[in-house]
Design a protein around this ligand. Structure first.
Ligand code: ATP
Length: 316
């Protein structure tokens, strides 16, 4: 079971292009990066669970229902005081921008909301930076990561949302550095990599099992030990890139699962290439559908070369 911890929320996606102030209508979609990864894993045939918190409100009901429909095991508390998180997403071209609302249930995640046995027995634990932006979710998540470091592979999508940290960028950078020190598998966008480097944090200096940098339409770079590969993007006509990074992360984790690479040390160049081709394929296909839950199902892609080559290792 691969477990994601973090925000699950409603993405209200604008139905017209242009500035948010001019948009007339929005479409309701389930989202939140760790939830997107949990759904992506389930669609790719990997057992997955989500640990989070939603309000005791209709949006909370909607998210729980949709996660069940997707086959994700939910370990989600209902908050009697805080509402379910919402985000408004503005599409300019196919590139999204976000306004994230504050004071919502997922920031109120407390240690008693989390089942320790689930985490201790997880194949991986996946998390992002968003929960660090507020208490008590920040201390709850760091507590879990510090407890499980070295026992369960920890997967971190840096996923910087500067809106949540206005005036506290120094704190954010310290938290990201601390999280990088705990993680085994790390994914971040090239813009995030440049931002961290400009601020004196170089993810390439850490000792990760796997570091993946996504480059949008240029594809991705994967690094492990001394090995480094660049994988060009799979060619598609994107409609909506919301969640492309999460689709990539889900595919990376699923790829590690299917090729039996989670338990070992570093990954050689050949296997980095296979993982990268698979993750780029899944992420590209996800951009051809609207919304963040747009990962293709495993049975739809299982005959493609990028998928078949993953299994060669596990069959040995
Ligand atoms: P976010 O979803 O938060 O924007 P991100 O910055 O990691 O995350 P991108 O780098 O834009 O996301 O995309 C992730 C992956 O999706 C890329 O590495 C690539 O494989 C695929 N991808 C993104 N845009 C395109 C595109 N236009 N054509 C083909 N593949 C794409």
């Amino acid at each position: 079971m691969m477990v994601s911890i973090g925000e699950v929320l409603i993405d209200f996606i604008a139905l017209q292009e242009g500035k948010l102030k001019d948009v007339k209508s929005f479409e309701k979609h389930p989202g939140g990066a760790p939830a997107n990864v949990a759904v992506g894993l389930s669609r790719l045939g990997v057992e997955s669970a989500l640990v989070s918190k939603v309000g005791d409100d209709p949006f909370g009901d909607f998210l729980l229902e949709r996660l069940h429909d997707e086959g994700v095991r939910t370990y989600i508390s209902r908050d009697a005081e805080k509402h379910t998180g919402v985000v408004f997403v503005q599409l300019i071209g196919a590139k999204p921008e976000f306004i994230l609302y504050d004071g919502v249930a997922y920031f109120n995640l407390k240690p008693e909301d989390v089942e320790t046995a689930l985490l201790e027995n997880a194949e991986t634990i996946h998390f992002g930076t968003v929960l660090f932006a507020r208490e008590p979710s920040r201390s709850t998540l760091f507590g879990i990561l510090e407890e499980l470091k070295g026992k369960v592979p920890l997967s971190y999508d840096v996923n910087i949302r500067p809106d949540l940290w206005r005036g506290r960028e120094g704190e954010m950078l310290r938290d990201i550095e601390r999280a990088l020190g705990l993680a085994d598998i790390v994914k971040l966008g090239d813009g995030e990599l440049a931002y961290l480097r400009d601020n004196g944090i170089n993810p390439e200096d850490f000792d990760f099992k796997l570091l993946a940098v996504t480059l949008g339409e240029k594809g991705s770079e994967l690094m492990s030990g001394g090995a480094k590969v660049h994988i060009p993007a799979y060619r598609v006509e994107p409609v909506d890139t919301t969640g492309a990074g999460d689709a990539f992360t889900a595919a990376l984790l699923a790829g590690l699962h299917y090729s039996n690479l989670l338990g070992e040390g570093t990954i050689d160049e050949e296997h980095l290439r296979k993982l990268g081709r698979f993750a780029n394929l899944v992420a590209a296909l996800s951009t051809t559908l609207r919304g963040a839950w747009s990962v293709p199902k495993m049975e739809e892609i299982v005959l493609m070369k990028e998928v078949r080559e993953l299994y060669q290792r596990s069959k040995r």
